[in-house]
Design a protein around this ligand. Structure first.
Ligand SMILES: NC(=O)c1ccc[n+]([C@@H]2O[C@H](COP(=O)([O-])OP(=O)(O)OC[C@H]3O[C@@H](n4cnc5c(N)ncnc54)[C@H](O)[C@@H]3O)[C@@H](O)[C@H]2O)c1
Length: 373
């Protein structure tokens, strides 16, 4: 059985979603086979070139044209954040299934505006790392006792150079928040996934590089700016102290200007009977210190999360792109079963509510409760 898919926004994530569609049946042969029907990108030539490279049947500059194509049953939205609401809402209202990148719009209201009868899967991919799945299982088994406090840091250097271009990511209107929505959203999702709901926060944020040069012409991701100087409108760094529903205390730090620390994402979780820690850069290892688990790092393997769909033996490294193949499988399985698997729109809405509380606390200096509307 085949299943028609389209991709809107052919930058980094557009390519990663497309490659995940192409690979998903290699790892999950029981799922329907995605058929690449159409790709849209508003930069002239980008969608046409992707169609040639990946084998989409058609390409267009205008994503709205895809909504008239009856062959398309599911759509990936991998365009910049400011377009998530308009495109996501139109795709969902058309009855199609939606795989949409985080943070799902610029605000919780944007995420809430997406409604329809289809399934929605959100790009919170760090959940899918087998070591994270193992950590979740160990926590559920009480292997480290009751969690008392934890640290989640999502540090990167993608904007550490003042020469990095002032792209949509640095503008309020098109990016929304800065590193908070970009990397902080992943951290909030992982905290909720592993430790439960976040109820309140005290936070601080900073713009550490206040001006950058605009890109000349269109950009294809992160590149140097050579145009005129413009203001950075959203935060480069954020730190938040969170209180969870369980009573545990968690510190969250996210930075896009952490020089020398590319993609340094991870956590340390402390409980009454031990600790667990994970670093994305050594994705297949979990570190433990508890009476019931061997001390030090151990490698995950078949039986931990989705590892077995990729490799036959422990300690064979998986990749970032593999996490997106897992996510594609959860999306297709949700559609096949009519039951959500993986990160849902409700997760994106709740994450956005937490991000709004963090942003509000950072700007007012007050402790904030996370409010649902
Ligand atoms: N899950 C993750 O780990 C992860 C990683 C990176 C980015 N993201 C998210 O993915 C989204 C895209 O990020 P990216 O890094 O791929 O950005 P990008 O800038 O590389 O790509 C965005 C693409 O969208 C296209 N686009 C812009 N306006 C459009 C329009 N009107 N119609 C069609 N296409 C349009 C651009 O031309 C570009 O090709 C963002 O929401 C970002 O937060 C998620």
């Amino acid at each position: 059985m085949t299943f028609g898919v389209a991709v809107i926004g052919m930058g980094w994530m557009g390519r990663v979603h497309t490659q995940a569609y192409a690979r998903v049946r290699h790892h999950y042969p029981d799922l329907p086979a995605p058929e690449l029907i159409a790709v849209a990108d508003d930069v002239p030539g980008r969608a046409a070139s992707a169609a040639r490279q990946f084998g989409f049947a058609r390409s267009t500059l205008d994503w709205r044209e895809l909504l008239d194509d009856p062959r398309i049953e599911a759509v990936s939205v991998t365009a910049p954040n400011f377009l998530h609401r308009e495109i996501g809402a139109a795709v969902a209202a058309s009855g199609r299934h939606l795989w949409i990148e985080k943070p799902v719009g610029l605000s919780a209201a944007d995420a809430r505006a997406i409604t329809g009868p289809g399934q929605v899967t959100v790009g919170f991919n760090y959940r899918h790392a087998p070591a994270v799945a193992r950590a979740r299982a160990l926590l559920a088994d009480g292997a480290i006792g009751t969690v008392t406090h934890a640290r989640f840091s999502f540090l990167s250097d993608y904007a550490a150079s003042p020469d990095d271009a002032l792209t949509w990511r640095f503008e309020r209107e098109r990016g929304g928040s800065g590193v908070l929505g970009d990397l902080g959203s992943h951290a909030v999702d992982l905290i909720r996934h592993l430790l439960g709901e976040i109820v309140s926060t005290s936070a601080a944020s900073a713009i550490l590089i206040p001006q950058r040069r605009r890109p000349l012409g269109v950009t294809s991701g992160h590149e140097r700016g050579t145009g005129e100087l413009g203001a950075v409108e959203n935060e480069d760094w954020v730190g938040a102290l969170l209180r969870l529903g369980s009573g545990a205390r968690v510190s969250l730090e996210a930075s896009r200007v952490a020089t020398g620390s590319p993609n340094a994402y991870g956590f340390q979780i402390h409980g009454t009977a031990g600790a667990l820690s994970w670093d994305f850069r050594r994705m297949g290892e979990l570190r433990a210190g508890a009476a019931t688990i061997p001390a030090g790092p151990f490698s995950v393997g078949p039986g931990d999360g989705e590892f077995g769909a990729f490799q036959p033996g422990a300690a064979i490294p998986m990749s970032y792109d593999d996490l997106k193949v897992v996510e594609a499988s959860l999306f297709l399985r949700s559609i096949a079963d009519g039951t959500p698997h993986g990160p849902t729109l409700a997760d994106a809405i709740r994450a956005a509510e937490v991000l709004e509380a963090i942003a509000d606390s950072a700007s007012t200096g007050r402790n904030r409760f996370v409010v649902s509307n």
